[in-house]
Design a protein around this ligand. Structure first.
Ligand SMILES: Nc1ncnc2c1ncn2[C@@H]1O[C@H](COP(=O)(O)OP(=O)(O)OP(=O)(O)O)[C@@H](O)[C@H]1O
Ligand SMILES: [Mg+2]
Length: 416
């Protein structure tokens, strides 16, 4: 989103000021050597964005100099702050309280319960209180999923089939007290009944409380935690009735948390008892899902996010890609290269053949010298491939086959 949102802002003829507490956190250049799109705004303004009063004060100063039309963030950890700044400046944006509920997984569960939506059993406990953790686990039952209320990218989300695994997962979480943006974390752990079934996401946008659903994406999972996103395809390989059931459930959940404006990415699992919400993200989908949708439908969700932030009615072009043979892509997929082990990358072989494949839209891989982690979350990827296909549901097999053709060699030596 850090590259897609600036691109959309520029394409819509707007300009942006980038407000950040740590400009040095963001790269100056993209891997191809061009300036990072976040650096192409009017200015980079430094302020303590982890403190709402300071962030608001900085926004007011920018607003006094050059009036602001909208407020957006590319980082999950600042979604509530962006909504509050927009609200305080009288600009378009979602109800800040609803964003706060959607960004906290325990508050989301409570809101869905109050609304009467079918939910997995769930309970919270202080992360450092073994007695209450044990009681929460007894209320939920094994197998269960242990997760933080306030992180993303699958960080510290673990399945536990017994007390020992749960205790270890909670211990690991309690040692991660501050997130990657220097914010102190909620010292609470959320336990949820393990939901068995394939996983999907519903991509929507809302204006004046009216929900427009663009489509359903499917998700493949794997990695060391079993919950790492290894790929997505759009549209999802789903029958009409099942798809309608997922969409209705997602739209009900969006209403239940009170989201009334902006782009929303809702994750669900389709269990034997029906669709169940995993989480509701008040922002466009990540992991290149918005690019898959753009290739197939022409709808560009980052652009819609910007249009909505500016208070405009989204009317992004319904322009689809054309394949080299003149046909339209009916499906697009992304497949991730997830490390099978920790270590320093010595070589990645096969990347050129992948890039040259006619169905590949983009592909990128880490360079030798990169330090691979154990593949426990979505931050560990070694690369990804996006494919398009003229066959309905055809893109995923292509993307997976191409990623599996890549050979990764580990070692201390970096090849020249
Ligand atoms: N109750 C559950 N039952 C089964 N699987 C679950 C459950 N909760 C979470 N998961 C799995 O763990 C993954 C990550 O969980 P979740 O989406 O809540 O965390 P996250 O860190 O916000 O993820 P991301 O930011 O990558 O979307 C889910 O996509 C799902 O595969
Ligand atoms: Mg998620």
């Amino acid at each position: 989103m850090g590259t897609l949102l600036p691109r959309s802002i520029t394409e819509l003829g707007a300009e942006f000021t980038f407000l950040t507490r740590r400009p040095e956190h963001y790269p100056e250049f993209t891997p191809d050597g061009s300036p990072h799109p976040l650096r192409l705004g009017r200015a980079v303004v430094k302020a303590e964005t982890n403190d709402l009063a300071s962030a608001l004060d900085a926004a007011r100063r920018i607003h006094a100099d050059t009036p602001i039309d909208g407020v957006l963030t590319s980082c999950d950890y600042y979604l509530p702050t962006a909504a509050k700044i927009a609200g305080a400046l009288g600009l378009p944006g979602p109800e800040p309280e609803a964003v706060g509920v959607a960004c906290n997984k325990a508050l989301t569960r409570a809101a869905l319960d109050r609304f009467g939506l079918a939910e997995p059993r769930h309970a919270t406990a202080p992360v450092d209180d073994p007695a209450r953790l044990r009681a929460a686990a007894e209320a939920v039952g094994y197998p269960l999923v242990v997760k933080p209320t306030d992180l993303c990218a699958g960080m510290f989300v673990r399945r536990a089939d017994n007390w020992e695994t749960l205790e270890a997962a909670a211990g690991e979480l309690s040692r991660f007290a501050v997130n990657a943006r220097g914010q102190r974390r909620d010292p609470v752990v959320l336990l949820e009944e393990f939901l068995d079934g394939p996983e999907f996401s519903v991509e929507s946008w809302i204006r004046d409380g009216e929900i427009h659903t663009v489509g359903v994406t499917d998700k493949c999972l794997g990695g060391a935690s079993g919950f790492v996103e290894t790929g997505h395809m759009f549209p999802a390989a789903l029958e009409g009735e099942a798809r309608a059931h997922l969409v209705t459930t997602a739209e009900t959940a969006i209403r239940a948390v009170g989201l009334d404006h902006g782009v929303v990415h809702t994750e669900l699992r389709f269990t034997a008892a029906g669709p169940r919400i995993i989480e509701i993200n008040p922002r466009p989908a990540g992991n290149q899902i918005t690019e898959l949708i753009r290739h197939v439908t022409g709808v560009d969700l980052p652009t819609i996010a910007v249009e909505l932030a500016l208070g405009r009615i989204p009317h992004s072009a319904q322009r689809t890609d054309t394949l080299p043979d003149g046909r339209r892509p009916l499906s697009a997929a992304v497949s991730m290269l997830v490390p099978a082990e920790e270590g320093v990358l010595a070589r990645i072989d096969g990347a050129e053949a992948v890039a040259d494949h006619p169905s590949v839209v983009t592909s990128s891989f880490k360079s030798p010298g990169h330090r691979a982690t154990a593949g426990m979350d979505n931050n560990s990827y070694l690369g990804s491939v996006i494919t398009v296909s003229p066959e309905q549901f055809g893109a995923r097999t292509l993307a997976e086959r191409l990623v599996s053709s890549i050979r990764v060699t580990y070692g201390e030596e970096v090849s020249p």
